[in-house]
Design a binder for this molecule. Structure first.
Ligand code: T5A
Length: 211
């Protein structure tokens, strides 16, 4: 990793406010740093093509195939975009990363967590996120936000149609993971006004000496 670069990741259940926080942090960071914004799955031509498969509600994908598709998207993104940006000293902000795979494919889809970790490791190589913010929002609130955003017919993608998406499995899975990895994951209450959440995140980055 380059001397000044940092990889800041946002995680949480569907509709918890990651994209909103990524944008608010980007607005603040660009005043002082060069930044690169990424989302997973996606971020390269290959990864966006894989995203279209993964989120297509018409496709039925087996859990193990799903795991490998997410990992393939990530392996390309890491090598094509993230590592070069970090080596150039940029701040990379990523909407979802390895913890999504641990929670959605490992915990919610019941794929052996050691297998998920091994696949994640292959996709990442030596790369480790500098900090991962978990936006903790009860699933009922996340779902309400998606209803407000998408309208009554919801327009859910393939993952959001899963029973586990809004029944607490994902939120609890993330909280378990944050307990396991307290050094790299910071739990932030995602329920207040977006500006308040953003200030909290900025405070954590300051305390870590990153901004
Ligand atoms: N996935 C992904 C896996 O299964 N394994 C993996 O390895 C990876 C990487 C990705 C799907 O793929 C799965 C997980 C996902 O199901 P996606 O389309 O990228 O799908 O979906 P999400 O990441 O879930 O993104 P969303 O856009 O649905 O949710 P966000 O980004 O968390 O939420 P955001 O910011 O768009 O906010 C949602 C709504 O709430 C409002 C916003 O204005 C917006 O309308 N909002 C707030 N309202 C009140 N108070 C706040 N604090 C608010 N913050 C935002």
């Amino acid at each position: 990793m380059g001397a000044k670069g940092a990889l800041i990741v946002f995680e949480g259940g569907d509709g918890c406010g990651k994209t909103t926080q990524v944008q608010l942090l980007a607005e603040r960071l660009t005043k002082h740093h060069q930044i690169l914004l990424m989302r997973e799955p996606g971020g390269t031509d290959v990864s966006e093509a894989i995203r279209a498969i993964l989120l297509n509600p018409k496709l039925s994908i087996k859990p193990e195939a799903e795991l490998l598709l997410f990992a393939a998207s990530r392996a390309q993104l890491v090598r094509e975009r993230i590592i070069p940006a970090l080596e150039a000293g940029l701040f990379v902000i990523c909407d979802r990363f390895v913890e999504s795979t641990m929670v959605y494919q490992g915990i919610a889809r019941y794929i052996d967590l050691q297998a998920v970790e091994a696949v994640n490791k292959l996709a990442l190589g030596a790369l480790v996120p500098t900090v991962t913010f978990l936006l903790n929002v009860p699933c009922q609130i996340s779902r309400q936000r998606i209803v407000l955003r998408n309208g009554a017919d919801l327009g859910l993608d393939r993952m959001e149609r899963e029973d586990f998406s809004f029944d607490g499995t994902i939120q609890n899975g993330y909280l378990e993971l944050a307990k396991k990895y307290p050094d790299r994951m910071v739990v932030v209450d995602g329920t207040p006004d977006p500006k308040v959440v953003s200030d909290t995140i900025w405070g954590h980055l300051k305390a870590k000496g990153l901004v």
